[in-house]
Design a protein around this ligand. Structure first.
Ligand code: ZN
Length: 632
């Protein structure tokens, strides 16, 4: 093993040995850090599910339903017996679409059944007044992982990936009653429709600027744009009324809507809806179809094989009943002592953040006061919620149905529940993530942070780890999430999560300059598998920067602080071994920078890195003081 110096490469120095030993499971694209923890939680919970199903003892009706679904998903014989039939039944309304007139007459049913449409509609939080809901529309997704693949210069790669997709589609269509000629036509039409969509929908980078999703548009104007769709009638059917304003998340797409969907493209749409709809069903059909239907996704990420049926079944059931499963996990495996300790750390981080903002030299007093107000109002969701939301009472299915029908009926209940929210207030008590998920988040429209129980484990956190280690792990993650309140997106929302400009002009300019500096720091960095996109990853890099700044500040005032332990654990949480295909994919679709860069870039912005390891100009992880960026 090559000897790495910490001053040259913190990430490899800390993780080299672990990475050598890690084995990427056949059904996954990556392992290490977050993923390894997820695998452990999953194994534990599969054990719990097996125990519940074999004993017949369920802690509550929700877990009982989750386990019933789990058993059905594991029942290979029963799934084989149903074959492709449930999917064909589901797609029947698509096969009956003979004209735009028929399409319009059935449109509300198509929405409720979740069939593929040339646009998506749903109810979401109104970003300008986050206490209420609004109707949002967006364009459909494209076949390739991002529209940048359709741009010039990508022709070869694009054709190769689309060929992979077409190969999979062909194998699935062969199971239907379509003739070989029809199958070829359907695939050709699907690709043609996809090509049209790709000209107008947003790239992942455009989506990453989420405040730009907010484009309130008069309904009369939206109806005119969406001709020949009877959009007004759809609104009336779905909501019993016609709201005055619609939030258009992809203005470019809807401006061009009549070019996407018209008499000439109608047949392309019908075939596209059939093929993409069918492919979307595969995982819930026979094992053979689950395997075929996953080929494309696996190839994109370099995954060798489909997940074992037990794992698939658990993921499906725990996804459908995520809150009850998370609540069960949290109550059983997350101690009150740990919860108290982490809430304490979080409060300390918020207070330190306030202190740093009040003392920083780049903001004017008025902006500082607004920022501090926002910090004072940040909600903390730690571990798991007290109870699951009411929706779960409604999530029932018929056990005698096929697996596909069970899941479809649950999805339909969720769709109807979503649509029914339009005139109801937003419930900010709801949790964005369930307790068994190894992740954390900041919700800009609720101004709160969520840390599910499952992430509150080593290497992120342990009562047995030192405070310095915990600050380099969960502390930096908590600081990261809080920093999202002040990243390139979050800074556009106020203390109640409403889109509002609380910045003075001069401060806003200075902040923009800092954002640019952060973009520059990461942009174009060459990795063996591609280049980092500084603009795409900037909000996450700002969050990492803030997380490190605030935790190092706490360290500097802490008795017995051990900076070596801090940086070591910071690097440890980013440990990751992955398939090259997956790393390439992430560069295009993940707003987070590559794990190795996250570990190695931020430390060099802070003096503690240099003093702790005696880092010199000649070391690879040295950055000239004039180039260092600290934002919060
Ligand atoms: Zn983040």
């Amino acid at each position: 093993m090559e000897k790495i110096r910490i001053q040259d490469d913190l990430y490899t120095f800390v993780n080299q040995e672990a990475i050598e030993q890690l084995v990427i499971p056949d059904d996954m694209p990556t392992v290490g850090g977050f993923t390894s923890l997820s695998i452990d939680v999953e194994k534990l919970m599969i054990g719990e599910f097996n125990q519940m199903t074999s004993s017949g003892n369920y802690p509550n009706e929700y877990l009982q339903r989750a386990c019933t679904l789990y058993k059905a998903a594991k029942n290979v014989k029963r799934k084989a017996k149903h074959g492709i039939a449930p999917a064909l039944k589901y797609l029947k309304p698509i096969t009956q679409l003979d004209s735009i007139k028929t399409f319009n007459s059935k449109l509300d049913k198509l929405v409720i059944e979740g069939l593929p449409l040339p646009f998506d509609i749903g109810v979401d939080t109104d970003m300008k007044d986050t206490s209420r809901h609004c109707v949002m529309i967006q364009g459909p997704r494209v076949i390739l992982p991002d529209v940048t693949y359709y741009k010039e210069g990508m022709e070869q790669q694009k054709q190769a990936i689309l060929a992979m997709w077409a190969n999979m589609a062909q194998l699935v269509l062969a199971k239907t009653d379509l003739t070989a000629e029809q199958q070829a036509q359907y695939i050709q039409d699907t690709l043609a429709f996809d090509e049209i969509i790709s000209k107008y929908v947003k790239s992942q980078q455009e989506w990453s600027e989420y405040v730009k999703m907010y484009n309130p548009t008069k309904t009369t104007k939206v109806c005119a744009l969406m001709k020949p769709v009877s959009f007004r009638m759809l609104l009336k059917h779905l909501f019993g009324e016609v709201p005055q304003t619609i939030i258009v998340t992809e203005p470019r797409f809807f401006k061009a809507f009549s070019e996407v969907f018209n008499e000439q493209t109608f047949q392309l749409y019908v075939h596209w809806a059939y093929v993409t709809g069918l492919l979307g069903c595969c995982s819930l059909l026979s094992e053979e179809l689950r395997d075929i239907g996953g080929m494309y996704r696996r190839a994109l990420s370099g995954i060798a094989s489909a997940a074992p049926v037990e794992k698939f079944a658990y993921q499906l059931a725990s996804g459908m009943y995520s809150e009850p499963v998370g609540l069960y996990y949290g109550q059983k495996y997350f101690g009150e002592e740990a919860k108290k300790d982490i809430v304490e750390i979080t409060k300390q981080i918020v207070e330190t953040y306030k202190e740093r903002i009040l003392n920083n030299d780049f903001l004017e007093e008025a902006t500082k006061q607004k920022a501090v107000l926002k910090l004072s109002k940040i909600g903390i969701k730690m571990g798991y919620p007290d109870k699951v939301r009411d929706l779960y009472q409604k999530l029932v299915f018929n056990e005698r149905h096929s697996l596909f029908e069970m899941v479809h009926s649950l999805r339909k209940i969720r769709t109807l529940d979503n649509l029914s929210k339009l005139n109801k207030p937003v419930n900010h008590e709801n949790w964005a993530m369930p307790g068994h998920m190894v992740n954390a988040c900041y919700d800009p429209f609720a101004n709160d942070v969520t840390f599910p129980a499952a992430i509150l484990q080593p290497p992120f956190y342990s009562i047995k780890q030192t405070r310095s280690q915990n600050l380099g792990g969960i502390g930096a993650v908590i600081g990261h999430e809080i920093s999202h309140a002040f990243d390139s997106n979050g800074a556009s929302c106020d203390e109640n999560g409403n889109l509002a400009n609380w910045w003075t002009k001069a401060d806003s300019r200075k902040f923009q300059a800092k954002i640019k500096a952060m973009i520059k720091e990461f942009d174009g960095i060459e990795l063996p598998w591609g280049k980092c996109n500084g603009e795409f990853t900037v909000s996450e890099n700002i969050a990492d920067n803030g997380g490190m700044a605030v935790t190092l500040h706490i360290m500097s005032n802490m008795e017995g602080a051990n900076f070596e332990e801090y940086f070591h654990n910071w690097a440890r949480v980013w440990c990751m071994k992955a398939k090259p295909e997956y790393l390439q994919l992430l560069l295009r679709v993940d707003v987070h920078g590559p794990a190795m860069l996250r570990a190695n870039m931020q430390p060099r912005n802070f003096p503690e890195w240099y003093s702790t390891f005696n880092v010199k100009k000649t070391d690879k992880m040295y950055l000239a003081p004039s180039k260092r960026v600290v934002i919060w």
